[in-house]
Design a protein around this ligand. Structure first.
Ligand code: GLN
Length: 380
């Protein structure tokens, strides 16, 4: 096998969703909701497809959407963004790729807090960067500023942070974010802040945008996602937001990744963002109810489900649940033998990965949750 294959693994989401299809399993692996998207946004997209241009959008995005994204964050995060600071991408994964390709040169070191979303490390490596993992420890999964500082060298160029955090469902608190910001300022680092779960706060918490911390606006590239905001993950409409200089740099990388994304979907997302924020409360309530339904049912059958305050993921501690298999063995067996797809947490780290946890997506209607729990009972 060509050595590059090792650096470019099959994404765990692709692997588990294909396995779920093959075995007719309930899919609680890849994170996507099976209910809850706004019909009005679909109608605008359909109408725009039929009535407007279907040719390339401007590379940085339709002006109406760039303005809507800036307005949205100025309203929610007390930022003072101009549309020039927004670049629309093909989903947040492309925003992350553009941010990395724009800022990382061969030999640069990049800090990841593990478990870390599976796209970061392969992209950093293909940019010539070197991944430095800083492991978060179960069950608190807290960022420790002192441990972070120890990982910094003269070659460190950037820190990637995902807040709220996939896969643990944690919202990092202000002191953790301040610790990251202090290190970034002291060592003149870029922070790539993957904030796609920013609105999925299930217990009434306040979100702090990395760029809103003192001295961070000019060194932060924020990545956001319409797929997460409106439960339309297949649309692959996302964006990056940064200082004018960094946004321009990242937008140049974006030109050579996808160039642009579909204009009708951009139009519809702009409509959705401009509609106001009335949808947020009900969305949070329905995901919180789904979370509680799944956690309650799993705990009742002996699973040790860690608390989740944000995102749409639960982590389950296998050992504490009395299951002796490691996470990959459990996941591979569960999809074939019990008809349930889950994500093993060891897919989110390479050096000393956590091997005793699985991730479950709870953004599902009641019938999916109940079928998933019944299958997990068989898998135990
Ligand atoms: N963000 C989704 C998750 O964590 C997956 C995205 C993807 O499949 N690329 O499950």
């Amino acid at each position: 096998m060509h050595p590059l294959y090792q650096q470019m693994p099959t994404s765990i989401f692709e692997k588990m969703s294909l396995a779920a299809m093959e075995h007719g399993a309930v899919n609680l692996g890849q994170g996507f909701p099976d209910f809850g998207w706004p019909q009005a946004i679909l109608d605008v997209a359909a109408e725009a497809l039929l009535s407007q241009s279907n040719q390339y959008a401007p590379s940085r995005g339709l002006p109406v959407l760039r303005q809507a994204v800036a307005d949205h964050y100025n309203r929610h995060h007390s930022l003072v963004l101009l549309p020039e600071q927004v670049c629309i991408t093909a989903g947040a994964t492309e925003a992350i790729a553009a941010a990395i390709f724009a800022t990382i040169a061969p030999g640069d070191e990049v800090i990841l807090f593990t478990p870390a979303y599976d796209a970061y490390a392969p992209l950093i490596r293909r940019a010539g960067g070197v991944v430095r993992e800083v492991a978060l420890q179960s069950p608190a999964w807290r960022i420790d500023g002192a441990v972070l500082r120890e990982a910094i060298t003269g070659k460190t160029r950037a820190i990637v942070i995902n807040n709220p955090h996939n896969p643990t469902g944690r919202l990092f608190d202000r002191s953790e974010l301040e610790a990251v910001a202090a290190v970034a300022v002291d060592h003149d680092l870029i922070v790539i802040s993957d904030e796609v779960w920013e609105h999925l706060l299930l217990d009434g918490q306040q979100f702090t945008a990395m760029a809103s911390l003192p001295a961070m606006a000019d060194r932060t590239i924020k990545c956001g996602s319409a797929g997460k905001i409106f439960s339309l993950t297949g649309w692959k409409v996302g964006w990056l937001v940064a200082s004018p200089a960094l946004a321009t740099l990242a937008a140049r990388a974006h030109q050579f990744l996808t160039f642009s994304s579909p204009p009708n979907l951009q139009e519809a997302v702009a409509f959705g963002l401009n509609e106001g924020d009335d949808w947020l409360g009900p969305m949070r309530q329905s995901f919180a109810a789904a979370r509680d339904r799944m956690a309650g049912a799993l705990r009742a059958i002996g699973y040790c489900v860690q608390d989740s305050a944000a995102t749409y993921f639960h982590c389950v501690d296998l050992e504490a649940s009395g299951i002796r298999a490691d996470d990959r063995t459990f996941a591979d067996r569960a999809v074939v033998e019990a008809g349930i797809a889950v994500v093993p947490l060891s897919a989110f780290a390479e050096i000393d990965p956590p091997r005793g946890f699985i991730r479950l997506c709870f953004a599902k209607r009641d019938s999916t949750i109940d079928a998933g729990v019944a299958a997990l009972e068989r898998a135990a």
